[in-house]
Design a protein. Structure first.
Length: 187
């Protein structure tokens, strides 16, 4: 829960299992429904729809669950603090597949056009952008429903997960460009 004005949020060494489940559940559902929506939306040619849907799903999962633990997590506070568990739980995977980075490099996750923050945002926005023309080209009620669910998941992430569940309690928020952009470094 977001702290009330004037109070500081508790910084978690280990995020509660419920927070991790909400974060990863929303992420996986977003990626899965995004891929399914693209497959349905472009099903006028089955190989096009399935190819785009599957390609999106694979690239999004690789970006989130392989590239992030290799590129971003090693520079995060949670990577080096014993018994810690971040909001995504990826620090545990990162410790197994990547060596410690440098905490001063953590803000670099937001530098450049193809930085990790932008790739992460792209993985969330691409299915929405891809489904918009598909709704007009190959309309179906199921596709429209999937589109609105994916939009809702994106809004849920930006208005609930980040500002209430994840960022206020994060020990890395003072070095995180995402927390700074949302005004969540204080408290």
């Amino acid at each position: 829960m977001k702290p009330t004005k004037g109070t500081k949020a508790e910084l978690y060494l280990r995020y509660p299992a419920s927070s991790i489940a909400v974060y990863n559940g929303a992420t996986l559902l977003h990626f899965l429904l995004g891929g399914v929506g693209m497959a349905i939306g472009y099903s006028f040619s089955s190989w096009v729809g399935y190819t785009f849907g599957l390609l999106y799903l694979v690239l999004s999962l690789v970006e989130m669950y392989i590239v992030m633990p290799l590129k971003v997590c090693p520079n995060c506070t949670y990577h080096r603090v014993k018994d810690s568990l971040c909001i995504s739980g990826l620090n545990l995977l990162s410790r197994k597949i990547a060596k410690d980075g440098h905490q001063k490099d953590f803000p670099k996750r937001a530098e450049g056009v193809f930085c990790q923050n932008n790739l992460y945002l792209a993985s969330l926005i691409v299915p929405i952008a891809a489904m918009i023309p598909a709704i007009f080209i190959n309309f179906s009620g199921v596709l429209l429903l999937i589109f609105w669910i994916v939009v809702a998941l994106l809004l849920f992430r930006f208005f609930v997960i980040f500002p209430r569940i994840a960022c206020p309690h994060c020990r890395a928020k003072h070095a995180c460009p995402q927390a700074a952009a949302m005004g969540l470094r204080e408290g």
